[in-house]
Design a protein around this ligand. Structure first.
Ligand code: ASP
Length: 332
């Protein structure tokens, strides 16, 4: 399933996710989605946010539909928020227990998908450790079925990218004048990839991707961003600082990866390093956090942190995406 030319495959994916009328049918990647569509999804998501303490927004727009969560990698936030998002739109939600599913008995992913399709699962939310799985499935399902990428290897995590840019927009408004610093294991981070796709389309001012050289991305995967290996340079005057976890599960050989103390001293988002950012900078993290490694714990809980707001926005963004693919289905 691995692509001979990753860019060619990504372009193909970008085309695959829209129907003939330009409506969202699958969400596989943010790459190739235009600014108007991204902005519409963010606007829809805003409509699902309610005041703290108020009941969450609900509708029946997916009543009668079934959403299946198929997470073949661990997840807390993404899985829980797709579950809640589906239920709050009135859908039946099936959370497949992958540890006891027949994939463990050697069933192919497509046979699992065809089985769920035969049970009228209309939307399949898929997380997998291999490249290309969401698009591969999207090419094989019946025309009325939607596939949503909930985290694909180190390639992309589009709903995370959407919730990140929504959070940035809420605090900072227009993207054009912003300095955004993403710090951590950029090379293996699907979060960094999707944030880069969305931010460059939305016209970000200066996007810096900061990591030790061994964890830097290939430049051709992040056009429009600056690759920086010095935290002080990358975080200077930042309006937004996003810390990322080292993706140990994706790094075959950990030789050369700095130890915890060295890493925190050189790349940790800390009270010290934040002195170089703008005083009103916001601090983000997609979770799960490793406090004391990529982020100082008290900073994650402090006034500049918008980490729990990212989580709240995650439910709203997933409702917006589910509602949109549901409308595309209904219009068929
Ligand atoms: N939860 C995010 C992801 O699934 C970030 C992480 O795991 O570090 O990619």
């Amino acid at each position: 399933m691995n692509a001979a030319d990753p860019n060619e495959i990504l372009d193909d994916e970008a085309a695959l996710q829209l129907d003939a009328n330009g409506n969202l049918r699958h969400l596989l990647t943010l790459k190739g989605l235009d600014k108007a569509l991204l902005t519409d999804i963010l606007d829809d998501a805003e409509g699902y946010l309610t005041a703290p303490g108020a009941l969450p927004a609900r509708s029946q727009s997916l009543a009668g539909r079934t959403v299946g969560n198929l997470f073949f990698e661990p997840s807390t936030r993404t899985r829980a928020s797709f579950d809640l998002a589906g239920k709050r739109l009135g859908a039946d939600v099936l959370n497949l227990d992958v540890n006891t599913s027949s994939r463990k008995k050697g069933e192919s992913i497509l046979d699992t998908i065809y089985t769920l399709q035969a049970m009228h699962v209309d939307v399949m939310v898929v997380r997998d450790a291999s490249d290309g799985v969401p698009a591969y499935i999207a090419r094989h399902v019946q025309p009325h079925v939607s596939i949503l990428n909930a985290g694909e290897s180190d390639v992309s995590h589009p709903t995370q990218g959407l919730l990140d840019v929504l959070t940035i927009r809420q605090h900072k408004g227009a993207f054009e004048d912003l300095n955004i610093a993403i710090v951590g294991d950029i090379r293996h981070s699907r979060v960094a990839m999707s944030a880069t796709h969305a931010l460059t389309t939305l016209g970000v001012g200066d996007l810096r991707l900061i990591s030790p050289p061994i964890l830097a991305p290939d430049a051709d995967k992040v056009p429009g961003a600056r690759i920086v290996d010095n935290l002080a340079e990358g975080i200077a005057n930042a309006d937004v600082v996003m810390a990322l976890r080292i993706q140990r599960e994706r790094i075959g050989n950990l030789d050369g990866i700095p130890g915890i103390d060295e890493y925190f001293a050189n790349y940790g988002v800390s009270h010290d390093s934040m002195k170089l950012a703008r005083p009103d900078a916001i601090i983000m993290h997609p979770g799960p956090m490793n406090r004391g490694i990529e982020i100082e714990g008290s900073l994650a809980d402090g006034p500049q942190s918008v980490i729990t707001q990212q989580v709240t926005n995650g439910v709203a963004v997933r409702m917006a995406v589910l509602d949109r693919v549901g409308k595309t289905m209904a219009a068929r």
